[in-house]
Design a protein around this ligand. Structure first.
Ligand SMILES: [Zn+2]
Length: 420
């Protein structure tokens, strides 16, 4: 028992770890970037630094399944990974469709190797990736994909590439049907990785020709998907999601879930309280959360950027949010705290195929840890359809430790609480 048995002790937090069923107050001892001990009480003299977690919730490092952090390369779309990540209480981000087979090298070199936040991606099914938030639909048709190239690059980079991203939405369908989705599925199948599908309108429909039926889209899409694939934006306020034009959850969504297709919230500017309530009331719970923050839905317009141009982006939104706001919303909608924490720890670790390394608090693992505070009071939550909801509990990030290194939650992207 030397005086520096641990570099850090996180003291007295309420550990919640859905992966192991743990929910109790305990100390965590960290040595050389790993969790070295979890005990009811550790000798505080045995650590160089003690972090007081009294009245705080301590979880495995939170994983955001839907980030857009390919900064600079994706234009205004990509945010600073550490502002979305460790400085917002999040230790791991999956970039959804930013990098492509042509730009993955930059993602590794400039982002993954340099950020403090652990980064993965679902590689874009399209050659150009998520440039400027997919603002230019002409880049995303069947001539803009090359499955062989994408498979080759993904296979060579499986340490970063953990899935494939594509979009099933009526603007694309009006142009090309589901051709590109089928190519995306082929890529995913050959790599044995999940296919992640964006639902909800993204591109404007073609003015000529019949406007596709959003309900037909999901009926055609679901049979293409298989166990482990992911449907995102179930709570979208845009047409083409889980809820039909006549206001019911599509029966085929239940079939998909029965087959093992997973649901990711992909909050973003899509989130609608009314749709969320309808989907949850129908018995569908999201498997993972995914904040879906990007440069068009959370930041002030860049200097010189015309507001009209900004608003023309299909993702444009105004309601302030981040991962912990999205967690607070799921709580308010009736999911339990354990269920909500599972959507950002245990479950996304499964999606990444990294359950043995991430998503749980266990001795021997990397010390990826999030500390959260639940504030009590009366707070307003907003969605982008103009609905306001009042909650009595607001989850706020306090800090994150990534490989044992502590970061305060001081990101300017963390929205201030709005009192009701
Ligand atoms: Zn997104």
């Amino acid at each position: 028992m030397g005086p520096t048995q641990y570099n850090t002790i996180i003291s007295g937090g309420r550990l919640i770890d859905p992966a192991t069923g743990v929910d109790n107050v305990a100390d965590i001892g960290i040595l050389d970037g790993r969790i070295a001990a979890i005990e009811p009480s550790l000798d505080k003299q045995s650590a160089t630094e003690v972090i007081d977690a009294d009245n705080k919730i301590v979880t495995a490092g939170m994983i955001d399944t839907h980030g857009h952090i390919y900064q600079h390369v994706t234009g205004k779309f990509g945010l600073d990974p550490d502002m979305v990540g460790v400085r917002s209480g999040v230790t791991t981000i999956i970039d959804q469709g930013g990098p492509s087979c042509m730009t993955l090298g930059g993602f590794r070199h400039y982002l993954a190797e340099r950020s403090h936040t652990r980064l993965y991606c679902f590689i874009s099914a399209y050659l150009v990736g998520g440039l400027e938030g997919h603002m230019y639909p002409d880049l995303y048709g069947p001539t803009g994909v090359n499955p062989e190239h994408t498979i080759r690059v993904a296979r060579d980079n499986l340490d970063l590439v953990r899935g494939i991203k594509a979009h099933a939405e009526i603007g694309g369908q009006s142009r090309w049907g589901l051709e590109v989705i089928k190519v995306g599925k082929r890529i995913a199948s050959e790599l044995d990785l999940p296919l992640y599908i964006h639902l909800g309108q993204l591109w404007p429909s073609l003015e000529e020709g019949p406007v596709p039926d959003p309900d037909e889209l999901i009926r055609e899409l679901v049979p293409i998907m298989s166990e482990g694939d992911m449907l995102a934006h179930p709570f979208t306020r845009h047409p083409g999601g889980f809820v039909s034009e006549t206001g019911e959850v599509h029966p085929i969504v239940f079939e998909a879930i029965d087959r093992g297709v997973k649901v990711d919230v992909g909050h973003g500017s899509h989130f609608s309280f009314e749709v969320a309530k309808k989907v949850l009331d129908a018995g569908i719970k999201p498997f993972t959360l995914g904040a879906d923050m990007h440069g068009y839905n959370v930041t002030a317009p860049p200097a010189g950027m015309d507001q009209g141009v900004r608003e023309s982006n299909p993702f444009f939104g105004i309601a302030p949010f981040n991962l912990t706001v999205a967690m607070s919303e799921l709580l308010t909608l009736g999911m339990s705290l354990h269920e909500v924490i599972a959507t950002v720890t245990q479950n996304p670790a499964t999606v990444l195929g990294k359950s043995a390394e991430l998503g749980s608090l266990a001795v021997g693992r990397s010390a990826d840890i999030s500390m959260l505070d639940i504030q009590h009071g009366r707070f307003k939550l907003f969605d982008n359809s103009g609905v306001e909801v009042v909650t009595d509990k607001l989850i706020r990030p306090v800090m994150a430790l990534k490989d044992g290194v502590a970061f305060k939650a001081d990101s300017p992207l963390i929205p201030d609480p709005v009192l009701a």
